[in-house]
Design a protein around this ligand. Structure first.
Ligand SMILES: Cc1cc2nc3c(=O)[nH]c(=O)nc-3n(C[C@H](O)[C@H](O)[C@H](O)COP(=O)(O)O)c2cc1C
Length: 175
């Protein structure tokens, strides 16, 4: 099983990237998680270009199509998902008849430095994925993790953080 991991943060030292790596460590041997690296190169969505998009969009759609399932780790920006992540979803939702996201199993986890662990961003992301036709894993199987900026060293060692991706992974296995 090939799982495409997508970090909603482009930041070099992203907590969400680390969360994906923690999730990868919980996967069974028959599953492989590959983190997508091309999100930053995706241009703003333009409906005029949806049938003949830039190479970066072509690659993004192809990576989704080649994956058996998607695992998103999103930060929260102003109570929602980062704009570049929404933009990437818009490209993968069109053209509608051949949308890469259609029927694709997808799970959402997230980390933020706020007190609520990106819970609004995760809800917004699940909503956008469902609107694009993805088969989004239900709320009970997602993970959320609040990271206090005052305690950066706790990010990697917190048992509650590292355990939670497993619930999403179990959800993937139930498909
Ligand atoms: C533009 C912007 C808006 C943000 N808004 C929120 C927010 O609404 N809620 C929250 O918990 N954190 C918010 N944050 C803090 C992020 O959760 C924090 O920067 C987090 O570490 C980003 O994830 P990353 O480490 O994967 O890059 C915001 C950060 C930025 C840059």
């Amino acid at each position: 099983m090939r799982v495409l991991g997508v970090s909603g943060s482009l930041r070099r030292d992203s907590h969400n990237r680390r969360l994906l790596q923690a999730a990868a460590a919980t996967l069974p041997p028959e599953a492989e998680l590959v983190v997508y690296e091309g999100l930053k190169a995706i241009p703003p969505f333009d409906e005029d270009d949806e049938h003949s998009p830039a190479r970066a969009v072509h690659d993004w759609r192809g990576a989704i199509s080649d994956a058996d399932a998607l695992l998103f780790a999103t930060p929260e920006y102003n109570s929602s998902i980062p704009g570049h992540l929404k933009n990437a979803l818009d490209w993968a939702s069109r053209p509608i008849a051949e949308a890469a996201l259609a029927n694709k199993p997808a799970a959402v986890i997230g980390a933020s430095t706020g007190s609520f662990g990106a819970v609004w961003a995760q809800a917004a992301l699940r909503k956008a994925l469902a609107a694009a036709g993805a088969r989004v894993i239900d709320r009970a199987a997602t993970a959320r993790c609040s990271i206090r900026s005052a305690q950066p060293s706790s990010t990697r060692s917190s048992p509650s953080c590292s355990a939670r991706p497993r619930s999403a992974e179990r959800g993937h296995r139930s498909w």
